[in-house]
Design a binder for this molecule. Sequence first.
Ligand code: SF4
Length: 317
Amino acid sequence: MICYLLSPRGYCFGVKRAVDMVNQIMKLYGSVYIIEDIIHNKLFIDNILKSGVIKVNSLDEVPDGAAVMFSAHGVSPNMANKAEERDITVIDATCPVVKELQMKVQEKSEAGYSIIIIGNRAHQEVVALLGYVKNDNVYVVNSEMDIDLLPNLVNKKVIYFTQTSMYPGDIKPIIDALKLKIPNIEACNSIIQEPFNIAHNICKDTLDRQEAIKLVSDKIDLLIVIGSEDSSNALSLVSAGIDSGIKKIIRIDSQEELNDDVFSEVENIAIISATSVAIEIVNSVVEYIKSKELFTIEEFSKDSSNNTENQQSNTSL
Ligand code: SF4
């Protein structure tokens, strides 16, 4: 029986950047305020709150002279402006990919477009994005039903953007329905991506993890996704697993949620992590699985999969 370790795993660069920033700031200041979780990982947030990071509900609760850190998912420019007006040091951990999306949304809004954001309206990234729209012509949709509620935007300048951590298979029906209702709608960019043939703003690291799941799916009957339940990225990995037809998928925060029952009636399995999970947590899951002495551990990535396919086609020649 084989346990495939899917790559990429561990932090993406945007999350690593935010984690490095909080560590550096704690060394410099000894404490820092946060308003939202700077990354969506329960274990990480629990740890930093124990080591001196202070979580508050709003900027009003941050005292003058203190330091506040904005999350990797970004904040509304109103919040950044308010902090600047007071004697508060801002450490902005917004991921550069998210920052680029914010700038595009702002640019199109200033050019008079109505903006449609496909995503979860409660997610911090979407809440922050709304702040970059400079008029009232902005709508968040997360299902085909939401599209029925949109006003008539035919013959108006209108464009859609997507949250960066979605699964393309989940948003394709929404984009198709949008195009039907608003034939003049423009896409967020000109790159039409396979395999769903849609333009979107999902980041590469998220897509690479989803693709690794798809490529390994016909070899496994259990996928273990490491990531928190409030991580959009982790839930997208689960969606990718379901869409790929994997029989059993579990999402865990750490190896403590594993037990022998998980491995009953399975042969080959795979492990992947969301982008907000430290490699040490992934490694502890791997160590737990090794300790069961049921599986041979094998690395698996898009590239190794291509090599295997090439080797197989060479053999058949
Ligand atoms: S998942 Fe993508 S968009 Fe989100 S922090 Fe990581 S690199 Fe940035």
